[in-house]
Design a protein. Sequence first.
Length: 278
Amino acid sequence: MLEIGCHLSSSKGYEAMAKEAEKIHANTFQFFTRNPRGAKAKEIKQEDVDAFLIRAEEQGIHRILAHAPYTLNACSADESIREFAVNTMKDDLKRMEYTPGNCYNFHPGSHVKQGVETGIQYIADMLNEILVPEQSTTVLLETMAGKGSEVGRCFEELREIIDRVELKGKMGVCLDTCHVYDAGYDIAEDLDGVLTKFDEVIGLDRLKAIHLNDSMYGLGSHKDRHAKIGEGELGLEAIVRVINHPALRNLPFYLETPNDLEGYAKEIALLRNSYKEL
């Protein structure tokens, strides 16, 4: 069965997200751990988590994806911003243990004229400070579009970060279809070739989740503007090939398209109808 969901608001807690997922026939979902443009995190209530875990079992939700706030920049030139990233992720990973065994995704960050090498080292330093052997959460580096001074615009940069992390078993990658296309990887016309490259550089065993988005701009545009499924430059046929690809079809897919809940329900229905059960 296709494991697909979308980004949901976490403002009302875990059980509320499960209820929203049920409404749109999603069997997974993504959520922000805290205010995406700030620092504040909502208190987690054990009774809410317990109610969620019961619902998740009933609804067939086996894994969910947390997303770090956009304000987190682990490779900033500003030491206070890097310190904020460390403290935020450290706290988020403690909070993730309320729902053990899931994934936590973050944007590697922007090096802001310091150079990619410096940026990569700062990101690895943060991860080495935060990751602990006893955590059950896998931390995912997201593939980026290469806008401005973003780190993670190519597979080699993500591999370099992972290589410098001591607890590599706690690391994985989230592939964003819009981002990789905008970065110059032609998943519309050469999905096999792109995945072969990913496997050679990083290893497909590290690919844990897919952000499923169409792109408003073309191949290699470095823009990072998501479009609704089938309404962008990637197109519906390319997206359908992604969800049915043998190397990807069993991964969880997360929609981050510009939609309301009704729009997400329509996209999920469309993609379920396009998924070939084996």
